[in-house]
Design a protein around this ligand. Structure first.
Ligand code: DC
Length: 223
């Protein structure tokens, strides 16, 4: 869907904890409506990977802030940022206010001027509906029980990391949720006007259909 000149882009925000299904939903939504998609977790993962790759400590505020200021997509080309270790380090650098500030503009620019003239943007993360795009057209907060999320993540990682136990992933998710929700700056939270989508007992098709019903309803109302 291309944007008519002068029309503000439509923005769909999806927030929620790790392995809630928000990333898959964001991809399906962006494909269905022809919108650009930004998985904002990749930015924090990229910064964390840069720190770890230099042998730095993700909890060191100056090292993490410098990595965020220098961050560029080509610096992490070919890097495996989807590992459990990078995910945990991403949650640590994400608690750093300077890191968040350095990544904010890029996310807002993406939403306000989606690449390739797309008519809208879908952003998924932890603070999209609350901080990055508080005026988003549609907001979702996607959740699922920690047990179901741990099972999903374990199934995803099983082939590449047969050594990982589901119980270990479960513990990691709980720690990450707690850190992401408790930090002072832009904690993971549902915006008051977000639609709650609990995917615990939903297939991805059912979750996608539920999300589309909400989005189509809002789009009809805004013409
Ligand atoms: O969604 P993810 O697992 O790829 O995100 C990795 C970490 O990045 C997550 O634990 C917290 C952080 N993050 C954040 O603080 N704000 C966002 N908008 C996206 C991710």
């Amino acid at each position: 869907m291309d944007k008519a000149p002068g029309t503000p882009p439509l923005v769909i925000a999806l927030d929620g904890p790790a392995a809630s299904g928000k990333g898959t939903l964001a991809r399906l939504i962006s494909e269905h409506y022809g919108f650009a998609h930004l998985d904002t977790g990749t930015l924090y993962r990229g910064v964390a990977w840069l720190v770890l790759n230099e042998g730095g400590d993700p909890a060191d505020p100056e090292i993490a802030a410098a990595a965020a200021r220098d961050y560029a997509i080509d610096k992490i080309a070919g890097a495996d940022i989807r590992t459990k270790e990078v995910g945990a380090a991403a949650s640590v650098v994400a608690a750093n206010t300077e890191v968040r500030a350095a990544l904010l503009d890029f996310q807002r620019r993406f939403a306000m001027k989606p690449p390739k003239g797309a008519r809208g943007a879908v952003l998924d993360g932890r603070d999209i509906g609350t901080v990055v795009c508080p005026d988003a057209t549609v907001k979702f907060f996607v959740t699922a029980s920690p047990e179901v999320r741990a099972r999903r993540r374990w199934l995803e990682l099983e082939a590449s990391r047969p050594d990982l136990k589901e119980s270990e992933i479960y513990q990691d998710l709980l720690e990450r949720d707690a850190r992401d929700a408790a930090r002072d700056d832009a904690p993971m939270a549902a915006a008051p006007d977000a639609e709650l989508l609990d995917t615990t007992h939903l297939s991805i098709d059912a979750a996608f259909a539920a999300a589309r019903r909400v989005i189509d309803g809002v789009f009809r109302r805004c013409g």
